[in-house]
Design a protein around this ligand. Structure first.
Ligand code: IMP
Length: 194
């Protein structure tokens, strides 16, 4: 079975990726004994995902994948973007949401989530896969599921926020599902060609 190292210790992401890439043996950072902090100082999702995947591929000499994600809000000129996890100084979901709502000052705005997965091989091949999910930011919080900005991210055709969806429903339409599907398609092509 082919091996891939996933540059993440986030149990939720590891599970989701294992489900979609069922033909691969997915190793976590703990599995390969990597415990250092990786500084994500890129200014795009692609850069940050590549920074992580490069370091882990170089460390393990195996194929590595890493993801970076965040929320892009049109009326805030793309904020919080790559700073989504650390938008407020407290860096909590609650304070991050409060900062968005304060800045929007009662207005709604088109927005989308982005997930970029980078794949880096030991011989230097680098490729990124981008998934997006489009919706809008509403001014009231709805729902208790999910994490991050889910309670204010509204999908019109479902008449629900991400936080009002079950995990299964969210995972079937999410930005991460989208980027992972692209990665899975690429890996399938590689197997057929080799
Ligand atoms: P990272 O990709 O783990 O660095 O996470 C980036 C940040 O983007 C998270 O901490 C959340 O604030 C936000 N984010 C990414 N994906 C989602 C999502 O599916 N729902 C809500 N917030 C998200």
């Amino acid at each position: 079975m082919k091996e891939l190292v996933l540059a993440s210790n986030n149990a939720h992401k590891i599970e989701e990726i294992k489900e979609i890439l069922a033909n691969y043996n997915i190793l976590s950072l703990a599995d390969v004994g990597f415990f250092d902090e990786i500084i994500e100082d890129g200014v795009t999702f692609e850069e940050n995902a590549l920074i992580k995947a490069r370091i882990i591929s170089n460390y393990t000499k195996k194929i590595a994948i890493a993801d970076d994600s965040g929320l892009v809000i049109d009326l805030l000129n793309g904020e919080p973007g790559v700073y989504s996890a650390r938008y407020s100084k407290e860096k909590t979901d609650k304070k991050n949401i409060e900062k968005v709502l304060t800045k929007l000052n009662g207005k709604e705005s088109p927005a989308h989530f982005v997930s970029v997965i980078a794949l880096v091989t030991p011989d230097g091949e680098e490729i990124t896969f981008r998934g997006e999910c489009h919706g809008k930011i509403i001014s009231e919080q709805r729902g208790n599921n999910g994490f991050g900005y889910d309670p204010i991210f509204y999908i019109k055709k479902l008449n629900k926020t991400f936080a009002e969806l079950s995990n299964k429903e969210k995972n079937s339409i999410s930005h991460r599902k989208n980027s992972l599907n692209k990665l899975a398609g690429y890996l399938r092509e590689q197997i057929n060609e080799n």
